[in-house]
Design a protein. Structure first.
Length: 199
């Protein structure tokens, strides 16, 4: 049994779970919704989420099988963000009857920044970092510099480290002959001024 890769994003009333199971056969996919448990199985792939961080409405929750992923919509019984799929957080519904869920109750408002970041990066995937070094946000830029550093010789690496640390992150040089002559100056972007943080 293998666990398929999955990720989620959420709103106050719904959590959308993407299960990456390329070419899943809709006839073979089995999904089970319970108030605090979700189960997915297809062939040798199984995903069990228990206990869910909050309670869901099994009757309203549903899913669709796509070519690349299975998208599951978990409808929350109580408004609010979970921040995670599973957890032992007390069920917000256990303290009051389901029929009279007070709308004034604040369930931990907690943005799922990872999910938001992934969503933004997924939207930007149309352009690759080879076509535009700025595509894909910070992750692509970091990947570019990691590759540059990994493929560099010892002098180039030394130049990169020295120039970056001495300039406070405003300069990155690969020329060791230039950098080794002295301290690398701080060069803030045009229109900005450099201020040293007080310790």
């Amino acid at each position: 049994m293998t666990t398929p890769r999955h990720e989620f994003y959420e709103t106050d009333d719904k959590l959308t779970l993407s299960i990456f199971d390329k070419g899943a056969d809709p006839e073979q996919v089995k999904v089970s919704f319970e108030p605090r448990k979700f189960t997915y199985s297809h062939g040798d792939k199984t995903l069990v989420l228990e206990p869910l961080k909050g309670q869901i409405d099994p009757a309203k929750s549903d899913y669709t099988v796509g070519k690349v992923k299975v998208e599951v919509r978990l409808i929350k019984m109580a408004q609010g963000r979970w921040g995670a799929l599973v957890g032992d957080a007390p069920d917000p519904l256990s303290s009051f009857p389901t029929s009279a869920a007070p709308t004034t109750t604040k369930v931990r408002k907690h943005k799922n920044w990872d999910g938001i970041t992934k969503e933004i990066l997924n939207q930007e995937k149309g352009i690759t970092s080879d076509q535009d070094p700025n595509a894909g946000g910070d992750a692509a830029v970091n990947e570019f510099f990691q590759k540059l550093y990994a493929d560099a010789d010892e002098d180039t690496r030394r130049a990169m480290m020295k120039s970056y640390s001495e300039s406070g992150g405003t300069t990155l040089s690969t020329n060791w002959d230039e950098v080794k002559k002295g301290t690398v100056e701080v060069k803030p972007p045009e229109g900005s001024e450099w201020k040293k943080w007080a310790a």
